[in-house]
Design a binder for this molecule. Sequence first.
Ligand code: PRX
Length: 665
Amino acid sequence: MPESSNDKAVTIEALMTEQRTFAPSDAFRAQANLNSESVYAEGEDYVNFWENEARHIQWRSPWTQVLDWSNPPFAKWYVGAKLNVTESCLDRHLADKGDKVAYYFEGEPGDTRVLTYRDLYHEVNKLANGLESLGVTKGDRVAIYMGMVPELPISLLAVARLGAVHSVVFGGFSADALRDRINDSAAKVLITCDESWRNGGRIALKQYADNALGETPSIEKVVVVQRTGADIPMVEGRDIYYHDLVDDMSDEKAATETDSEDPLYILYTSGTTAKPKGILHTTGGYLVGASFTHRNVFDIKDDDIWWCTADIGWVTGHSYIVYGPLANGSTGVLYEGVPNFPDKDRFWRIVEKYKVTQFYTAPTTIRTFMKWGTEFPERCDLSSLKLIGTVGEPINPEAWIWYNEHIGRGNCPIVDTWWQTETGHIMISPLPGITTTKPGSATKPLPGIGADIVDDDGNSVPLGGGGYLTLTHPWPGMLRTIYGDPNRYVDVYWSRFSKPAEGKWVYFAGDGAKRDEDGYFWLLGRVDDVMNVSGHRISTLEVESALVDHPSVAEAAVVGRMDATTGQAIAAFVTLKGHVVGDDALLGELREHVAVKIGKIARPASIVFTDELPKTRSGKIMRRLLRDISEKRQLGDVTTLANADVVKEIAEKAQAASSRENSQE
Ligand code: PRX
C-alpha cells in the first residue's frame, strides 16, 4: 500500500467491513435517464460507446475516426470533426428553449438577474464582437480573473465563440499567481472585475490585476466588469469597461469553426513542483464528456433546476456550471458569495427560493454545515431536492450520512464523484438510477471509463486490496497536454506505470485507492506532495517556495495534516536565517507572505520554527515524519535520519504551537 498523504485508511477499513448500502428507490430508478446495468456492458467497447454519446452535441461536420491513439499518450478524439462549442451550448437551444432560463444569478448582497438562453446568446455574441474588436482571434489566449457574476460564464463562452482559448484564474489567487499564469500562456487580453463581493466585503480584483500587469508583457487590453462600482484607476489605452466595450456591439456573431482537437481552455493546477501546470483541454471530446456526465450522473431532466456551488475558477465550475449544463440546455443557479452571508442558511434559502432539484458541493462545505448545526437547513424547505452530489476530496462517512439525512432528507441519491482537473469530467461515480451506494465510496468507473488499482510494479491489485489509482484507456475529456510542456505531460501522468514496449499506456492519477470485494473504489487521498485543502489542490513545494522567498527564511518544509473541516490543513516547518527571531509577528508575516505569493487559500494553518528540518543522509527532507508529528502519530521509521534528535525538538514545538492554537479558538 502506498503512503497516503491523507491517511484515512483506518476509517475506510472499518467502513468497508461495515458495508452499509443505499440502493436507489424503485421510483427513482424508474424515472432515471440510465437505469439498466447494460450501459456498463456497452461502455466496454469504449470507442463505440463514446461515438454514440457524441450525438448529444452539435457538430458542423463529422469525424473520420472516433479516437486516434496512434501516438500515445497524445490522444485525438473525433478526428477531423468541426464544431464550435457555443453552438451546442447556445444556438441550438434558441428554437425551443430561447425563453428557458439558463442562469438564475443570485448576487451575494441579494441582487438577482435572470438570463434566458436567448439573453445569454446575445450577451455572448456582444462580448465576442467586443473581444474581436480588441484583436482577439482564433487560438489567442484570454485570461479571466473575476468573481462569480454572469459576465464570467459569458466571458468563457465569448472567448470560445471566437475559437480563442480561455485561461480562468480563480479570483482568490494573488497578483503573483495571476501574473505567472498570464505569462505562462502569454495571454493577450485580461477580463476582470472592479471588485467582487465576498462575505459582505469587497475583493479588490482590479487592484490585484494591476499589480500583476506590471510584469505581463503579453497583455494588450484589460476589460473591466463593473460589479461594485468602486472608483478604480483605469489605464488609458489599455483598460476598457466591459459595458463600454459591448454596449454598441451587435448581438449576433457567427461562431468561428474549430477542429475537435483545437484547444478550448487552459486551467492551471498544482502539481508536485513549485510551478503550476497549465492543463490543456480541447473542444469536441471535452464537451461530449462534460455533457454525458452532467446529464447522467446528476440525472438531469428538462425542467430541473441545477446548482453546482463551485467557483468557475476551478474545473468543477467549467464542466458543471458552464459547459455540461449549457450543452444539455438546463437551468442553473449561479451564486456569487459564501454560504454564511448574511447568515448560515444562505445556501438553503437559495435551494428553497429557486426550488433546486440537484445540488452539487464539496465535502468540506458539508462538514462546515455539520459544524454549524441542523437548525440552518431546517429553517428552509428543501423538498425540491431530488439528488445531491459531492466532489473534490474523499467524503468521510459521517459527513455522507449527515448529508443524506439533513439535506437529502433520506430521500435523495448521493453521487460521490471522483475526477480531476486533468480528467475534465467525472470518471468514478454512481449512476443514481443503477448504483447501490456505500457511504465513503465513489463506487465504480462510469461506462466508457477504465480504472484499475495497481501496486508499485504496475500490477493490478486483486479485489480487496489497495494501491495506486490508474486509468487504463483514453477518455474524451482527458487533458491533451500540459501547455507548452509536452514532456512534463508524459512524465507526470504516463511514465510511472506505462509499458510502452508492450504498447500499454496507463494514466497515473496521483491518488491512492482501495477496492472492496464488490469492486467499489474507495479513494484515500493523494500519494504525492499535493495537499487537498477544502477541495483545492495545493502543492507542498509551491508553499515551500513561497516561504523561502521571504528574506527571513532559510528553509521550509510543508505537509498536509488531517483537518476535521478542510480535509487537510497546511502545516509548515521553517528554519530561519542567522539571528532572526521566530516570534508571533514573524509568524503572521510569513502567513501573509504566502497569501501574497499564492493566495489566501494557501496560507499555512500552522508554522513551527525549528533550527533544523529532519533529513535523510542524502539531504532529503523527511516529510513523512513531519506529517506524523503534525497528526500526533507514533513516529515512523527514523533510522535513515541524519539528525534524529531534531525530531523530538520539532515534536515538542509543534505540540506547544497546537496548544496555543487551541487556546486561541
Ligand atoms: O485527490 C483527488 C481529489 O481531488 C483531486 C483532483 O483535484 P482537482 O484537480 O482540483 O479537481 C477537483 C474537482 C474535480 C483528485 O486527484 N478528489 C476529487 N474528487 C474526489 C477526490 N477524492 C476523493 N473522492 C472524490 N470524490
